[in-house]
Write a protein of this length. Structure first.
Length: 206
């Protein structure tokens, strides 16, 4: 068959187009807008090609969730060329990159969160992805603040994620640049606060 004759690079490219189509449909219509035919039309490929790579709608959604998981891990990826404190600052700033504050991306993120309530399998994928992101951020904090225990670093990472998610949600209503900058400053304050302040409600105070 011709589908099997394409080289690996072409296959990866086609799968990438299909997954981008899934993400675009999710961002505009949510899970109700995703089906095999709609994805084929959005990707500009034959329906048979979508069926070749993915069994059904659920497999498309799972693949999209895994794609976002990979993207989130890149947000907390270490930069070996930078010192630990700068690696952490870079990671905290990445969540406010211009390409992440678009309506398309923020709407997609909101729909993906909602998927966790739609299907147990999606919830497990989402939970595992969140755990990997949290662990990545915890490791960056631990490297930058070696005097903190692992539990303290994870607590700070959890507080930071609350701020980041809140920033994304409110940015969907309109990107308020001064507010976003204050959010970034707040996450740095949480991450780099002296150890003795951790037990005094750092994540709640101003």
């Amino acid at each position: 068959m011709e589908t099997n004759a394409v080289n690996p690079g072409e296959q990866v490219g086609r799968q990438a187009r299909i997954l981008e189509a899934v993400l675009d449909l999710l961002s505009r219509h949510g899970i109700s807008g995703v089906n095999m035919r709609a994805v084929a039309r959005e990707a500009g490929v034959a329906l048979g090609l979508v069926n070749y790579y993915y069994e059904d709608k659920s497999s498309l959604i799972r693949a999209a969730l895994h794609r976002m998981d990979q993207h989130d891990l890149m947000l907390v990826a270490p930069d070996p060329e930078s010192p630990p404190d700068e690696q952490l600052r870079k990671a905290l700033r990445r969540v406010a990159a211009p390409e992440l504050l678009t309506t398309r991306y923020l709407s997609l993120r909101l729909h993906l969160w909602a998927l966790a309530q739609a299907h147990e399998d999606f919830a497990l994928i989402n939970a595992a992805a969140f755990e990997r992101y949290l662990e990545g951020l915890t490791t960056l904090i631990s490297n930058a603040k070696p005097e903190l225990s692992r539990d303290e670093c994870r607590e700070r990472a959890s507080d930071i994620v609350v701020v980041q998610n809140g920033m994304w949600l409110t940015a969907l209503l309109g990107a308020d640049k001064p507010s976003i900058q204050r959010c970034l400053i707040r996450t740095e304050q949480i991450a780099f606060a002296p150890a003795e302040r951790t037990s005094k409600g750092l994540s709640v105070g101003p």
